[in-house]
Design a binder for this molecule. Structure first.
Ligand SMILES: [Zn+2]
Ligand SMILES: [Zn+2]
Length: 143
């Protein structure tokens, strides 16, 4: 399948090509709330090779729990697009709100629900953790 996306101004375009839909999860941590200026971050966990980027991105690197996270944004409109982290080599975590037809995709997991906005009610059937799950538990939930 092929999923496309872009920043707000259209300078950067993203294309995800994968056999099946990469897993989507929501993170309700405070960093995701601040960074998105919204209630949670919506992330699509894709292989680097599946995500093509055209246009120029501006990069912001930061240390997080001993790992380096490299955040890519549009250098013009500053829309956050995706990040890579040394905690998950070979993966690109795409900000799913930039994707066309994102309403078709439903998260398969919610993390950091301890910080979740109280008005947001999650379906009990979806995997969820109060904080960060172990990598093994998370991988199992993402399938
Ligand atoms: Zn832009
Ligand atoms: Zn988060």
């Amino acid at each position: 399948m092929r999923i496309t996306g872009q920043c707000r101004c259209g300078q950067v375009n993203i294309e995800i090509v994968a056999q099946q839909l990469p897993p989507l999860y929501a993170c309700h941590c405070l960093n995701c709330q601040r960074w998105s200026g919204s209630a949670f971050g919506l992330h699509m966990l894709s292989a680097v090779s599946a995500v093509q980027v055209s246009g120029e991105t501006a990069i912001f690197e930061h240390e997080h729990h001993g790992h380096t996270s490299t955040q890519h944004a549009c250098g013009i409109c500053h829309t956050r697009l995706f990040n890579e982290t040394t905690a998950a080599p070979g993966m690109r975590v795409v900000r799913a709100g930039i994707l066309e037809g994102a309403e078709r995709f439903e998260p398969v997991a919610h993390i950091w629900t301890r910080r979740k906005q109280p008005w947001l009610v999650l379906p009990g059937t979806i995997a969820q953790w109060q904080e960060s799950p172990t990598p093994e538990a998370f991988a199992a939930a993402l399938g």
